[in-house]
Write a new protein. Structure first.
Length: 321
């Protein structure tokens, strides 16, 4: 029993770490600040998870029939959990707006909140399953950590997509876009919970669960890939006019690559190139935002800082200015 409890902790922590690293890798150009990624993960793991538990317990109706389970798990649960998880996205969107650039950032932060939430929720389920025996515990681990391991991440990624779309839209459209993303998160969450609850009386319901979950993941991955490609095109367009001034043509060509070639470079050169890539990508995104927010003095100042930092890196490499 002690071994299984220890294994439960290791499984959820390692899985969450792997998922987080995959998200870090997927953010190919302008990576998010590590501290904000940690905040998003921790928000899902602690405040969102435990606040959801308390709220769900406080509004739960008496009874334990199938219909009551459907109401609690399929309606009440998804609404409470997606709203509490979405609070962190609202905080980032409102108070860390300079770091929240669009749909790609929304997916990343949303997924991180979801991974944190799933880490805590799965651990509670794993520990709870210990009393049912090792076979039951193993089944719960397989189902929640492997088969449905991405669920909370892709639910809240929809909320993140809503915030990401709102980032570059007029204020009058921001509310409906955010609400639309949150609604999709609740909908997919509800479809999962209702069908998995009905699975105890019909195998067809379990197949529907797999279908709905796979569909949601495919949609999020499609949007993610589209956001990465869009960011690549935007970076190429915005940085082209920086060549010869802020950037050397050699650095520009390396920045354009999805996976930059580091062959033949020293450790110091690789470190410099990564830094150039990060700053240049941010410069491109901030220039694009300034076209829509021309009166934003904060953006203008940040662009000046980024250009100065890139010129300094170019000079340090002995490149002509």
């Amino acid at each position: 029993m002690i071994v299984a409890a220890f294994a439960s902790v290791i499984i959820v922590v390692v899985s969450t770490l792997v998922y987080t690293l995959l998200l870090w890798w997927a953010d190919r150009y302008e990576k998010e600040p590590k501290r904000l990624m940690v905040y998003a993960l921790l928000w899902g793991a602690v405040p969102a998870a435990f606040l959801s538990i308390m709220l769900e317990l406080s509004v739960a109706m008496p009874g334990d029939g199938l219909l009551q389970s459907i109401v609690d798990a399929g309606i009440t649960g998804p609404i409470i959990e997606e709203v509490t998880k979405g609070v962190m996205l609202w905080i980032l969107f409102t108070y860390r707006r300079l770091e929240f650039d669009g749909v790609l950032d929304g997916i990343i932060y949303g997924a991180l909140v979801g991974f944190g939430f799933a880490m805590t929720e799965n651990l509670l389920y794993f520990v709870g399953g210990l009393g049912e025996g090792i076979v039951t515990w193993s089944f719960i681990v397989l189902l929640r950590q492997v088969v449905f391991g991405l669920n909370h991440a892709f639910y809240t990624a929809f909320t993140g997509i809503g915030f990401g779309l709102a980032r570059s839209r007029p204020r009058i459209l921001q509310g409906p876009l955010i609400l639309g993303g949150l609604t999709l998160a609740i909908l997919f969450h509800a479809l999962h919970n209702i069908t998995i609850t009905l699975a105890q009386v019909s195998i067809l319901a379990f197949l529907l669960t797999l279908m709905f979950d796979a569909g949601g993941i495919i949609v999020v991955l499609t949007v993610l890939i589209g956001a990465i490609l869009r960011e690549k095109r935007l970076i190429e367009m915005e940085l082209a006019e920086e060549v010869g001034h802020t950037l050397s043509s050699e650095d520009f060509e390396r920045i354009r690559q999805v996976q930059p070639a580091f062959q033949g470079l020293t450790t110091a050169e690789r470190k410099r190139l990564r830094r150039v890539r990060q700053l240049a990508a941010e410069l491109a995104l901030k220039k694009s935002q300034l076209r829509r927010e021309q009166d934003n003095a904060t953006l203008r100042n940040r662009i000046i800082q980024l250009r100065a930092a890139l010129i300094e890196l170019r000079q340090s490499a002995g490149q002509d200015t």
